[in-house]
Design a protein around this ligand. Structure first.
Ligand code: ZN
Length: 305
């Protein structure tokens, strides 16, 4: 493993959701996240792209959604990221607050630590764990975790910390293998879950679309792209996402991975204390603003802190 290639953990996780208002209300009110950007899916501008994170939208704290008002429900399965794990210093209290609001919350043990499992209104599996605020990690469902583990340990700088039987909510018995990126705070943990016989994944509301790792800058991103090509993987060309620049590739287990630069960040096109308040469009879609606004469902930002 080369230290110059190692990533600084997760940058963001992007999921498919249903009703945009319900999605926004849950992440802001129930989970206490900040809406840090209101924009559209650059590749499909009739659909919102909502970004939630800490107040500044720091890399490693970001959950994003593509909310389709009448989305078909998806199903988690092999070749997909499943659970998004949030770290919170007061995870236990937040879990109790969710339960008090009527959200079914189950306490499970993961590698000796208490974790609180629940789902968002679209069925997206979520967990809260004690720790620094932000994303703590994600779980990937894989038929064969070994090639993915090799990529994460040999290129991305993760360390294999062990394997345990998957805990009780499993419909089929499985193994959970935990990789950690040492030296990072947010987005440091990737669990590789192998559940033989589980039903295949189906993309839709309540499932993760892709996960993104942090590159320091373009040079780091280029070096990672070269390392991926050398392993027989196929990263895309660099794409300008306004708030970061990204390349994408399918990892060996089938999950869509992105590598995103930290710069320029979410304050590049609006004031740091007013993030997410206005619909922002990239230059290529700005001429179509009126038509795009006519297609997008109305969104009341009152619940967003
Ligand atoms: Zn992304």
């Amino acid at each position: 493993m080369s230290d110059t290639l190692a990533v600084a953990g997760l940058h963001h996780v992007t999921a498919i959701a249903g009703d945009p208002q319900r999605n926004l209300d849950f992440y802001c009110q129930a989970l206490g996240q900040h809406l840090v950007k209101t924009t559209v899916n650059f590749d499909d501008p009739g659909v919102y792209h909502l970004y939630f994170g800490d107040a500044q939208g720091n890399p490693g704290t970001i959950y994003t959604s593509f909310p389709f008002p009448n989305a078909r429900a998806g199903r988690v399965g092999a070749g997909m990221a499943s659970t998004i794990v949030y770290g919170l210093p007061d995870a236990r209290a937040r879990a109790k607050s969710l339960a008090d609001q009527g959200v079914p919350v189950q306490q499970v043990m993961r590698f000796g630590a208490a974790t609180w499992a629940f789902a968002d209104p679209d069925g997206q599996p979520l967990e809260l764990a004690e720790g620094p605020g932000g994303l703590q990690g994600v779980t990937l469902w894989l038929d064969d975790p070994e090639p993915t583990a090799q990529l994460l340990t040999q290129v991305f700088g993760y360390v294999d910390t062990g394997t345990e039987p998957d805990t009780p909510e499993a419909e089929a018995p499985g193994q959970r293998r935990r990789l950690v990126r040492p030296g990072t705070a947010a987005g440091r943990m990737i669990d590789l879950l192998q559940r033989p016989g589980a039903a295949p994944a189906r993309s839709g509301a309540g499932t993760v679309h892709h996960i993104a790792f942090r590159a320091r800058d373009r040079a780091h991103q280029d070096a990672l792209a070269q390392a991926l090509v050398a392993r027989g993987l196929y990263p895309t060309d660099r794409k300008d996402r306004s708030y970061f620049e990204s390349i994408y590739f399918r990892e060996p287990g089938g999950v869509l991975f992105e590598i995103a630069t930290d710069a320029p960040g979410f304050a590049t096109d609006e004031a740091p204390d007013a993030l997410g308040r206005q619909l922002k469009l990239p230059p290529q879609h700005e001429p179509l603003r009126d038509r795009i606004k006519a297609v997008l469902p109305p969104l009341n930002l009152a619940s967003a802190p």
